[in-house]
Design a protein around this ligand. Sequence first.
Ligand SMILES: Cc1cc2nc3c(=O)[nH]c(=O)nc-3n(C[C@H](O)[C@H](O)[C@H](O)COP(=O)(O)OP(=O)(O)OC[C@H]3O[C@@H](n4cnc5c(N)ncnc54)[C@H](O)[C@@H]3O)c2cc1C
Length: 474
Amino acid sequence: MPDTAIDPEIAARFIAIVGEGHAVTDPHDLEPYLVEPRGRYAGVSRLVLRPANVDEVSQILKLASETGTAIVPQGGNTGLVGAQMPDNSGTQVILSLSRLNRIREIDLSSNTMTVEAGVVLETIQTAADDNDRLFPLSLGSQGSCQIGGNLSSNAGGTGVLAYGNARELCLGVEVVLPTGEVLDDLRKLKKDNTGYDLKNLFVGAEGTLGIITAAIIKLVPKPKGREVAWIGLPDPKAALDLFTIASSAAGASLTAFELMQKRSLDFTLKHIPDTVSPLQGEHDWYVLMEISSGRSAEDARGLIEEIVGAGLEEELVEDAALAMNLAQAGDFWRLRESMSESQRPEGGSIKHDVSVPIALVPEFIEKAAAVILTVVPGARMVCFGHMGDGNLHLNVSQPEGADKEEFLSHDRAMHDAVHAIVRAMNGSISAEHGIGIMKRDELLATAPPLAIDLMRRIKASFDPAGIMNPGKMI
Ligand SMILES: Cc1cc2nc3c(=O)[nH]c(=O)nc-3n(C[C@H](O)[C@H](O)[C@H](O)COP(=O)(O)OP(=O)(O)OC[C@H]3O[C@@H](n4cnc5c(N)ncnc54)[C@H](O)[C@@H]3O)c2cc1C
């Protein structure tokens, strides 16, 4: 019998469900499940269960409810708010979805794919591509995150502007409830007004209500033309005005509009190998704009030229480069996607994942830039994000030469100051990464009491024994 912190007899019953070969108990083998990618959140568990199918998940949750054992669902373990980590008690059991990794069906008439929770996002994208379709959820972690984790965290990323977040890309789910009951809500329907939308309670629930074991996701036609521009601008207001022009000219063909502060690009060029600025001169702000056309490459090219031309004419755009080919478009995107990583060599970074109404983005940036200096004089704002969604990653790097730990000790004060601006604008303190452990106290302290009360009542009715990912989100 392996050494576990939970009752050995109970552990043995869990292990019997999946079989010895699919229960992880060796301390060395447990390690990757107990810390998240940046090492910011870690926990203790003596048992990881790797079920093969819905029936095994159901048996595990039934036993967990019966024995009061806390279960922590884990997908690709790429979440950024600690929601997939066990606590430090050693009594929580991690349930890994990695072996539920089948694509059950691709339906080209309905434009849907039925996938099990453990299918890696990139595998789904490739399968869609092989079928001349696009699955437009696109994240930096797509090589390892899983669709069950994407849905449970309602992931966003760069495709939200045109295609919506994970919630909007999901038509149906199969869920195992804490009692072990299986809710089969795997429906392909675009129209279905038959009572409460149960599916959407599980999407974004961070594993606190049940385990998503499968989902039906939407596919879209693969664009025939895709054009990318890298644009230099004087300030976020110019970017907002350009966005207004672009969205009214392109509509759903505007598939990305990413805003980046000069410092974000400077760090990237300095620290990420083989990167070059697409423009000769320097600009205070940049936009990466992508246009996709369902008709043709010429159509996409014409549209992007029209928008950039209008921006130049109205003196919003200072300079712009259009990618000459797919490889160059990839280079432009790589600059944007490396921005988070390029901050690491600059020392401590305090991060905010916030959203405000798009029209308020310039005012938000101006106010945040001022307030962070009142918390830590000399702190360096590093702002980039999905402007088209009103979602900014407003990060703050430590002052040059500062002590990292001392700087990071101001994180609560920094969050409070930045989030106060967000709340005053009716924005969100978690646009796409979720609540998890990171923002739980703040959510409980600042959300309307009635909203928290309703969430607690929902949690209690689904999970009366409190076994599903306790201590997370709510
Ligand atoms: C480099 C990098 C870039 C990223 N970029 C983005 C981005 O652009 N946009 C964005 O939104 N996020 C981003 N993320 C965050 C992260 O990748 C996403 O939140 C992702 O959706 C998590 O998927 P996962 O499979 O790793 O889930 P995990 O991290 O394993 O789990 C996340 C949450 O879901 C729960 N869970 C997992 N699977 C299930 C299941 N089957 N049933 C019930 N609950 C489950 C877990 O308990 C936890 O609460 C990024 C992360 C990294 C490391």
